[in-house]
Design a protein around this ligand. Structure first.
Ligand code: MFK
Length: 150
């Protein structure tokens, strides 16, 4: 696994995203570690991330999927072009579609693990699939369609 997350190569206006921008002090700080096959991210929900007693809020889960999968699309695009992550010209994707399946309640108090992989890279479109697990049990999965913006 790389030591640097793809998001940490981005600065300025590209580091303000609520989900993953390093310059957004109120954000979720999603970090995607891409190893060429999988993107990995660990997240520990705080008490205020709850929906019901003991259950993580689903909208938070959607946000984690969103930024982790777009980060995966960006990292995979740099790799496909044979360029170092973050190098110019900058590669950026936006979310066109985010589809989440909530398989079972995601428990509070456990570290969540998101594992993503590329389903399709074609033209300006990349499709990413991702599973979110708690204590090695899948709790939700998602498919994200990212469209290359730059
Ligand atoms: C390291 C990363 C650092 C920073 C990461 C920041 C992550 C932030 C993630 C976000 O939250 S981005 C903000 C939320 N997203 C938006 O605001 C996007 C708003 N929508 C748009 O700007 C346009 O609709 C969009 C660029 C997504 C698509 O418009 P296009 O005119 O480029 O699409 P086009 O019609 O050319 O279609 C291109 C392909 O995308 C597909 N497509 C377009 N919209 C789609 C859609 N909604 N769902 C599924 N597929 C879609 C379309 O079918 C087609 O597929 P094929 O190439 O296979 O034919």
């Amino acid at each position: 696994m790389p030591l640097t997350a793809i998001q940490d190569y981005f600065t300025g206006d590209h580091a303000i995203c609520y989900g993953c921008g390093s310059d957004n002090a109120h954000g979720l700080q999603v970090r995607t570690y891409w190893d060429g096959q999988y993107g990995t991210f660990h997240f520990s929900p705080q008490d205020y991330h709850t929906a019901f007693p003991g259950v993580v809020y689903g909208g938070l889960i959607a946000s984690l999927f969103d930024c982790h999968c777009i980060g995966t699309a960006v990292a995979a695009a740099y790799e496909k072009e044979g360029r170092p992550p973050g190098s110019d010209p900058l590669i950026m994707y936006v979310t066109a579609n985010l589809n989440v399946n909530y398989l079972r309640p995601t428990p509070m108090g456990s570290e969540l693990m998101l594992k993503s992989h590329i389903i399709e890279q074609k033209g300006k479109k990349t499709v990413v699939a991702c599973t979110l697990s708690a204590d090695d049990t899948p709790c939700a999965n998602a498919t994200v369609v990212g469209i290359r913006a730059t």
